[in-house]
Design a protein around this ligand. Structure first.
Ligand code: SF4
Length: 211
């Protein structure tokens, strides 16, 4: 059912680039869940977006799906923020591309919130197809962090190590990753099944042409 939400969102009749619509539709669909049921967590809280920011996102990208929004009217703000969430959001924004201010601001909130509350690989908790989808997201919106993470560490691990380094806290067991006992925790493949998509990435139908 959540994949049906994605397809409904991504087929919204708006201009703009498909990759932006795809990225935002993935994460909205995965946090919305089954449309026949009330979400366990309000969308604003799951995304770390205030109601006005989420309404603005829908108006820009999903104007055909505004009926998904009424149940967020009872929300207050973007939900409780974890201690490190603001630091992570600032880290993301400090390394944004600077090409799409609104999308980068929304996604800094979303990536920070999903990193902190999500129990799975980050790409899964963002509703993406696979880890390559997350690499594309980071490269498009936060390329400065891709440059810093040149060894392709797992993104959650990279975020926390970077924030700890900024605070002068050493979390590494070794000065050298190649001889570290935690190497697999930091660099393993992050394989898994997409929470949203039932088919592998190359089986997903290409998006319809946009006007
Ligand atoms: S592999 Fe070890 S040294 Fe490298 S980032 Fe992870 S914990 Fe730190």
């Amino acid at each position: 059912m959540t994949e049906a939400v994605y397809h409904r969102l991504v087929s919204s009749d708006v201009s703009g680039e498909h990759i932006d619509r795809h990225t935002l539709a993935c994460v909205i669909a995965v946090v919305r869940g089954d449309p026949a049921q009330t979400p366990a967590v309000p969308m604003t809280h799951a995304l770390g977006l205030a109601p006005d920011a989420l309404a603005s996102l829908f108006a820009s990208y999903f104007p055909d799906a505004l009926d998904m929004l009424p149940w967020m009217a009872e929300d207050e703000g973007e939900g409780e923020m974890a201690l490190e969430e603001d630091d992570l959001r600032r880290l993301l924004l400090a390394h944004r591309a600077g090409q799409r201010p609104e999308e980068e601001a929304w996604l800094a909130n979303i990536v920070a919130r999903r990193s902190i509350v999500g129990p799975n690989h980050l790409w899964q908790d963002l509703g993406l197809r696979d880890r390559a989808d997350l690499s594309a997201l980071m490269g498009r919106y936060f390329p400065g962090l891709v440059a810093l993470n040149s060894d392709d560490m797992k993104w959650k691990k990279f975020f926390y190590r970077t924030l700890c380094q900024q605070e002068g806290v050493v979390i590494c067991k070794s000065p050298n990753c190649t001889v570290c006992d935690d190497y697999a925790h930091c660099f393993s493949e992050e394989a898994g099944t997409s929470i949203l998509f039932s088919q592998p990435a190359d089986s997903v139908a290409p998006p319809p042409a946009r006007r």
